[in-house]
Design a protein around this ligand. Structure first.
Ligand SMILES: Cc1ncc(COP(=O)(O)O)c(C=O)c1O
Length: 441
């Protein structure tokens, strides 16, 4: 074993890494390691950081709440920050009325699936017990989330243990199958959903990321796509579960993505940026109609069979409340809409790179797809990890990147300044050109 640390890192071939740089400090958008090197955080520390790493207001809120009560659960009790946050989340989330707390995105999605499946049982409808979803979606790493967001490269080792779901293809303009125009292919995907719903009474719910798929390769849905799915769900009495964990709270340029997609969910999950990325919190919201089916006499056993130790943690809830206040106070969404124009403007610079086949962006998100050859669109590949190659090169250029397969993802903290975003883009382009020179993909 080369690495002498006891820490086992996520999604990592530990044999490849001799050491991991130790981050000891955060300063605005920058991460600082134990040797004093500064890295601009190009992935918002796994897509959750909003304000940078030293936001005084959030840190103070954590200290303030810790002194009152650091943790008390929602089992038989409640607490003020969790109450306040639920009120606020319901206010900003159209159609939603109740909030179930957990402590990360995967569990927020597990709860969404359980609410949807138990909803039909509570109504006495036994055969609605299947979930349908979009291919390529990602909803977390727990078993339910892996079953629904089944990405073969990630999860094939567990396939035997996963429950079956129905998967519908997702339109990706760059990789539209031969023989279709992009609009024909969108129609094809929607017809598949309609055919599934109309021929299969078992579908309890349709699950999708709201606005775009991130982990599946930054696939931004074409305008109207999510709305049409929402309409099909209503038409065929299928619940719609929207995963806003990565796309809500400003990533795509709006506070609540499903609002701008003009879609009507029955269940919504939030996570990541809910606390500004400072503490771990998940929230699953649902409508009054669904919530009411969980009410009854105790012996009817209609209540939701779920609960986590840290459900409604007061510090996490308090920091989320402060975070949401700051969104309003600083007009963050407007700022994101302005700053993200830089992505649009700089797209052409990426296309100058020989390795870049496609650039997809929306709000404060950009996916840069690297290919061997622009005509044939064959993804770059190596026997070693592309992520590691790009990470090392990016680090030498002063930025922190985490690549997914052949897609370089730029997912910076939402409040990044124009100057820092330009820096991130310049250094990403430099990184792509340097790896092209150094490696034979
Ligand atoms: C859309 C989406 N859903 C769910 C999750 C899982 O969240 P967590 O990593 O907090 O469990 C992620 C994580 O990246 C995500 O992108």
């Amino acid at each position: 074993m080369k690495n002498l640390s006891a820490v086992w890192h996520p999604n990592t071939q530990m044999n490849d890494w001799n050491h991991f740089d130790k981050i000891v400090k955060g300063q605005g958008m920058w991460l600082i390691d134990s040797k004093g090197n500064k890295l601009l955080d190009g992935v918002a520390s796994m897509w959750c950081n909003v304000w940078g790493h030293s936001k005084k207001e959030l840190i103070n809120e954590i200290i303030k709440q810790s002194k009152k009560i650091p943790h008390s659960s929602l089992f038989n009790l409640t607490n003020e920050p969790a109450e306040q946050l639920a009120k606020k989340l319901v206010k900003i989330s159209p159609y939603m009325n109740h909030v179930f707390y957990s402590d990360n995105g995967s569990t927020a999605m597990e709860i969404a699936f359980k609410i949807a499946l138990q909803y039909w049982k509570n109504l006495g409808i036994k055969n609605k017990n299947k979930l349908a979803t979009l291919e390529n979606g990602y909803h977390g790493d727990t078993f339910g989330a892996m079953s629904v967001g089944y990405i073969p490269e990630f999860f094939s080792k567990f396939k035997d243990q996963l429950f079956s779901t129905y998967q519908i293809p997702v339109p990706n303009k760059y990789r539209t199958p031969i023989g279709y125009s992009f609009s024909e292919y969108q129609k094809f995907c929607l017809e598949k959903i309609e055919s599934l719903f109309s021929n299969n009474e078992k579908i309890a719910a349709f699950v999708m990321e709201s606005g775009a798929q991130l982990a599946g390769g930054v696939i931004i849905y074409p305008p109207g796509f999510q709305k049409k799915i929402s309409k099909l769900c209503k038409k065929y009495n299928v619940l719609l579960i929207l995963d806003e964990i990565a796309t809500g709270f400003g990533r795509l340029g709006s506070l609540v993505q499903y609002k701008v997609e003009d879609s009507i969910p029955d269940i919504v999950a939030y996570g990541k940026m809910l606390t500004g990325g400072y503490l771990t919190l998940g929230a699953t919201l649902t409508t009054k109609k669904i919530y009411n089916t969980f009410l009854g006499k105790f012996h009817e056993m209609k209540h939701l069979f779920h609960g986590h130790t840290f459900t409604g943690n007061p510090i996490a809830s308090a920091v989320a409340n402060e975070n949401l206040k700051l969104y309003e106070k600083t007009k963050l969404i407007k700022k994101i809409q302005n700053t993200s124009k830089i992505f649009e403007k700089r797209k052409t610079d990426f296309y100058q790179c020989d390795l870049v086949g496609d650039v997809r962006n929306k709000g404060m998100l950009m996916g840069i797809e690297l290919v061997k050859n622009k005509e044939e669109k064959i993804p770059i590949s190596t026997k070693t990890s592309i992520n590691k190659i790009i990470f090392e090169m990016a680090k030498s250029n002063g930025i922190y990147l985490r690549t997914l397969g052949n897609i370089v993802m730029l997912v910076p903290p939402l409040a990044i300044s124009s100057k820092e975003l330009e820096f991130l883009i310049d250094r990403t382009i430099l990184t792509i050109n340097k790896i092209h020179k150094k490696y034979d993909f």
